[in-house]
Structures are given as C-alpha cells and as structure tokens.
Ligand binder design. Sequence first.
Ligand code: BDR
Ligand code: CA
Length: 310
Amino acid sequence: ARPIILDCDPGHDDAIALILALSTDAFTPLAVTTSAGNQTPDKTLNNALRVLTLLGRSDIPVAGGAQKPLARELIIADNVHGETGLDGPELPDPGFEPVSMTAIELMASKLRESQVPVTLVPTGPLTNIAILLTSHPELHDKIERIVLMGGAAGIGNWTPAAEFNIYVDPEAADIVFKSGIPITMCGLDVTHEAQIMDEDIERIRAIDNPIALCVAELLDFFIVYHRDPKWGFTGAPLHDPCTIAWLLKPELFQAQDCWVGIETKGEHTQGMTVVDRHHLTGNTPNTKVLFNLDRQGFVDLLVERLQAYN
Ligand code: BDR
Ligand code: CA
C-alpha cells in the first residue's frame, strides 16, 4: 500500500477526499494534518477529527498546522463551506484528540520513520507543506510526490486569475512548486470537469450506509453555492477528491508535464499558477498538470468506494 499523508482544510470536498482515501487498502494513511483555509484552523482541525470519528478511524494521528498563511492574513471560504466549514450533515463530535505535535512535527516524524518515500496529498492552502519543506530539507527525499488540489491553467475561482488554495498562500505555493519534488496538480481545469450532478447525489444517497448518506448531505449543501449561474455549472465540482482519484485511477485523467510558476506579486494575478503548456519559458517542467477527466468513471469510482463502507 502507498503511504500517504493528507493535509487538508475540511471543507466539504476535503471531507469527501478523506472518505475516499480511507475507503481502500491501496493506501496506508500515516497522518491527517490540517491547514487554515476553508475555515479557521480550529474549525478545520475539529472537522478532520469529526470525519475520522464518523469513519471510526481514531487510529490515524491528527495534528493542526499553521494558524495563518506565511506572509498574509487568512482568508476563509465560509461562503462556500458555511459557519462550521462542514455545514449540512450531522457529524459526531470528535471522539479523540489530536496528537501533541504540530502538523509539521507530525509530518516530519512520519517521513523520518517511513522505510519508503511517502506521498503528500494537500487539499488546502500549502502553508504546512511549505514550512515542512523549508524546515526539513533533509526529508525531501522521503517525499515520493506531492499530489495537490490547487491552481489552474488560466482560470480562477476566487479571482479571475487565481484558485482559492493558491490565492490564500501564494508564498507557500511558490516554495512548494520550486522544491524540485515531483508534483501532480489537480487544478480547476480538471476539477471543474469533476461535477457531481443531482442524479449522482441520489445514487450516492441510495447506497444507504451512514458514510454515503453523510457524503450525500455534504453534497446537498455544497451544490447550492455552485448553482449560481455565474459559474455555468450543472452540478458541483468535486475538487479535492480528484487527488485521490488520480492516485487510484490515473487512467481517468489526461496529464501534461509543464513548468508552473506562482504569481506572488501581480496587480490582477496574485495567486495565479502560470502554466507553461507550450514550453515558452524553456524552464524544465516541474509539475504534472491534469487536464481532462472521464467524469462518469470518476463518479463510478466514488460510488464504488462508498459501497465499500457497507
Ligand atoms: C479549493 O478551495 C476549497 O474551497 C476547496 O476545498 C478546494 O480545496 C477549490 O478551489
Ligand atoms: Ca480544500
């Protein structure tokens, strides 16, 4: 099984990514760490504990990370994820405590212990990962790959140019993309194709186990924000689960190796991922950028994995 560490800011789609990741023995989940993003860091940590409690996975160590971005004030997405960060379903209260380490200490200790390189899966702002990389250069070769949700090639969802996770902490993203560690980027190009439609939500609800029901209720809430005609969506884009879906079934996606740079200073483009699709910079590609998705295959995978909780 592939050892993974999930660094997330749950968040509806983060929660579904966690549920997907923990549905299979393809992974050994070494830790779940939380970032400040969709909600304040206390709430995202609490939400990770609630989701793991629902899943009966108090065996997985959990730790909270940085309180705010490296060089900026925190921006949260309560307009998307609500007051708790996971509005909608009735989740249990946390049935266990986080470990007495920071997210960075927990990730570092798991990397140090691991006999084989570990895959990091960040689905929130990259603050914790950037701190890990700068404070522990000796652990870089313990990281197999960073499979992240963030960015896009030329579109945005928070500003016209920027996707939320990168916009919240561009300085952290800059460190990660310059690290030399192999990166897979699940950006909006592909996550906007990962739309869950009303009929998919009903299919998930009909699986009729408590986890699938929770996912359906998360989606009932999450889809409302995405119904605004300004998006041009039919359903809700399931951003974060694309990371896990790519690890499980890369054949559902098309990918291109590109150089990606982070805009930290632009007047209109702060937080933009500049994706060199046509090799115009001459820079060596640093990122596998995902572009196209077999949507039906993605939904079928999610349904199959939720059935596994029966
Ligand atoms: C990203 O921002 C968050 O709201 C989601 O959880 C996802 O990680 C999409 O831009
Ligand atoms: Ca997220």
